[in-house]
Ligand binder design. Structure first.
Ligand SMILES: Nc1ncnc2c1ncn2[C@@H]1O[C@H](COP(=O)(O)OP(=O)(O)O)[C@@H](O)[C@H]1O
Ligand SMILES: [Mg+2]
Length: 380
């Protein structure tokens, strides 16, 4: 099984891994590849980065789907047999849609959408973004126009946060603190605000900004609003969480060859397996490639340097520095090679591990994404 097969055999592919390893880049590259292979692909990203939009020939990422113009493939010498659309996740709007869906009536919906604490939770609370990414995925999956949906996950501090997001969201709204609030507020009404004020403020001080009675009123409203939604939310989070375990969903772990990142990838791989999710491939991105040692004598090497540098530069005197940086590059490459090998031994050969070299430049256009894809699919 290769990564190309994984892409061919699944309807949803999710890239996961620690920040900065290349999740967004490889997600986009896989989407480009599949579109070129004739599939109708949606690339769902959290990354508002202009860089990604530009790579795909779009002015900016939007929260509704946009198709990458076919002409752009042609201009880059590529042939797109299918289609590629991209869409950016809007966390707040996804959450609002969820509230709209589960609120018992219009008034309840308006009360929660207008609540300041809700607005904080919906846009800034840790875990919300991860959860909403899954939520959106669950929704777009029902859209039969897509042959393949590639989800680029949020730049979470720890990749593990992503997996546990539904459970954490449920735990947060079903926590003893929440239930305590609910009891107090529902039981005693507004008169109790003064009494519980101190405790409430301490518990929710992370939410900040609003103080005093107004704050507590907001808390009360939020808590009762969430309670109204809770049954629906809980059921939904379970659905979303289960959907991620479906055989049509493939997780692709992305890592750099850095020992710390590899260590995290191994840990995450175990967690995925324990959670019953399908880790179908591993991408080791930004690998230093091993450059052969020059086989010609030093004198000839100096001649070769002289042929390419301006006449004002003394080829003989820069040779030692060039030789030293070649050595450094070679030792990076062999360290990276050892890491990839160790990873392979740990993971076993049932899971494809693909390497993408570190390019001299950022990946900034469709041709570069297609080039990344050639490494991902072993076509390079
Ligand atoms: N193989 C590569 N060679 C060179 N630059 C790369 C490579 N892969 C990714 N990059 C660059 O590294 C940066 C981080 O990549 P990105 O995909 O945004 O990471 P993540 O989404 O995991 O945070 C980007 O500027 C991207 O262009
Ligand atoms: Mg990213």
């Amino acid at each position: 099984m290769s990564l190309a097969d994984v892409l061919g055999n699944h309807r949803v592919v999710v890239t996961v891994g620690s920040g900065g390893v290349g999740k967004t880049t490889t997600a986009a590259a896989m989407a480009v590849h599949a579109a070129m292979q004739g599939r109708k692909v949606l690339c769902l990203t959290i990354d508002p980065a202009r860089r990604l939009a530009n790579s795909l020939g779009l002015d900016e990422m939007t929260t509704s789907e946009q198709e990458v113009p076919r002409a752009l493939f042609e201009n880059n010498g590529l042939e797109c047999e299918g289609s590629l659309s991209a869409m950016m996740l809007d966390t707040k709007r996804t959450f609002d849609d969820l509230v709209t869906k589960y609120a018992s009536d219009d008034e309840a919906r308006e009360r929660i959408l207008g609540n300041q604490i809700y607005q904080y939770v919906a846009s800034s609370l840790a875990g919300t973004q991860e959860y909403m990414a899954m939520e959106k995925l669950h929704e777009v999956r029902k859209d039969t126009q897509w042959d393949l949906i590639v989800l680029d996950t949020p730049p979470t501090a720890s990749a593990i946060d992503f997996l546990t997001a539904p459970e954490r969201l449920i735990d947060a709204i079903d926590s003893p603190a929440m239930r305590w609030f609910l009891q107090v507020f529902e039981g005693a009404g507004k008169e109790a605000f003064g009494l519980v004020g101190r405790g409430a403020t301490v518990l929710l001080k992370g939410i900040g900004r609003i103080t005093g009675l107004a704050f507590l009123e907001q808390v009360a409203e939020f808590v009762s609003g969430i309670n109204d939604l809770f049954g629906g939310f809980k059921e939904r989070a379970e659905q979303v969480s289960n959907a991620l375990r479906s055989p049509e969903v493939a997780f692709v772990l992305v890592t750099s060859p850095d020992p710390l990142a590899i260590g995290e990838a191994e840990f995450f791989s175990d967690k995925l397996a324990a959670a019953g999710m399908n880790r179908e491939a591993i991408i080791v991105n930004q690998v230093h490639t091993l450059i052969e040692k020059p086989s010609i004598p030093v004198e000839e090497q100096i001649e070769a340097i002289r042929a390419v540098v301006p006449a004002s530069i003394d080829a003989a005197s820069i040779h030692p520095r060039l030789a030293a940086s070649l050595e450094a590059e070679r030792s990076w490459a062999s360290a990276d090679g050892a890491q990839v090998q160790r990873l392979g031994e740990k993971i076993g050969n049932a899971t494809p591990i693909v390497e993408v070299p570190a390019f001299d430049e950022d990946v900034h256009d469709l041709a570069a994404l297609a080039r990344v894809a050639t490494y991902l699919t072993n076509a390079a």
